[in-house]
Design a protein around this ligand. Structure first.
Ligand code: GTS
Length: 214
């Protein structure tokens, strides 16, 4: 059986966990802290990042957007991509924005872990500005979807999986961020989406990092 190396808070890994379940592809979850010395991630990804999907023959793929593209190409039914080319490209653009919000906030998260006198406020402000810009874009997409349950073609697609994953992680890791107040319709869309069983059973939780990493 396939193994997915994941971490309990990981928004990137959550996308893969949701898609594997939505496609009915069985897998074992191997939960790790990728920054701890005990992690197995580097054995399967030279970039030392999870998620990593390990196949029965021991080979592996990594980088969440690539894993999702791989799964959609190899196991197209049920599809989590829209029909039309422009809608398919839009779904991938939404994933770019969601991953970019995560990337910026991961940088801010680790900056906050440095000794206070070593932290760069300018760097943290820059990352938060990117995240807020990304959230504004997502909010505008949801407005354009006019209250539909799903963003594109009113059916579940990669775009919904990516948005649900980043907003769930934001709620966990940045509980004081005011996006739910600033973007109430985005929050309403998220709250409804997060009730779907594959979202509800993959909700993020915090993890403890044992080793000093910055
Ligand atoms: N672009 C990557 C990002 C993956 C990533 O940053 N994973 C983190 C864990 S988590 O932030 O998703 O919880 C990691 O493994 N970090 C270890 C490292 O950066 O050395 C993807 O989409 O898969």
């Amino acid at each position: 059986m396939w193994t997915l190396i994941s971490a309990t808070p990981s928004p990137y890994a959550r996308k893969v966990r949701i898609l594997l379940q939505e496609k009915g592809l069985p897998f074992e979850l191997q939960t790790e802290v990728p920054w701890d010395s005990t992690t197995k991630t580097p054995q399967y990804n030279p970039l030392e990042k999870l998620p990593v999907l390990i196949f029965d023959d021991g080979t592996s793929i990594y980088e969440s957007h690539y894993i999702l593209e791989y799964l959609e190409a190899k196991y197209p039914k049920p599809s989590l991509m829209p029909e039309g080319l422009d809608d398919r490209l839009f779904a991938k653009k939404v994933e770019v924005i969601c991953d970019g919000i995560c990337d910026a906030l991961v940088l801010a998260f680790f900056e906050r872990m440095r000794d206070p006198d070593k932290q760069s406020q300018a760097w943290k402000d820059r990352q938060m500005r990117k995240a807020d810009g990304g959230l504004q874009a997502l909010a505008s997409f949801v407005e354009q979807a006019g209250g539909n349950e799903f963003l594109i073609d009113n059916k579940l697609t990669l775009a919904d999986v990516a948005i649900g994953s980043v907003l769930g992680w934001l709620s966990l890791r940045w509980p004081d961020h005011q996006w739910k107040t600033t973007h109430p319709r985005l929050n309403a869309y998220f709250e409804r989406l997060d009730q779907r069983p594959t979202f509800a059973n993959t909700r993020p939780s915090a993890q403890t990092m044992k080793d000093q990493v910055v």
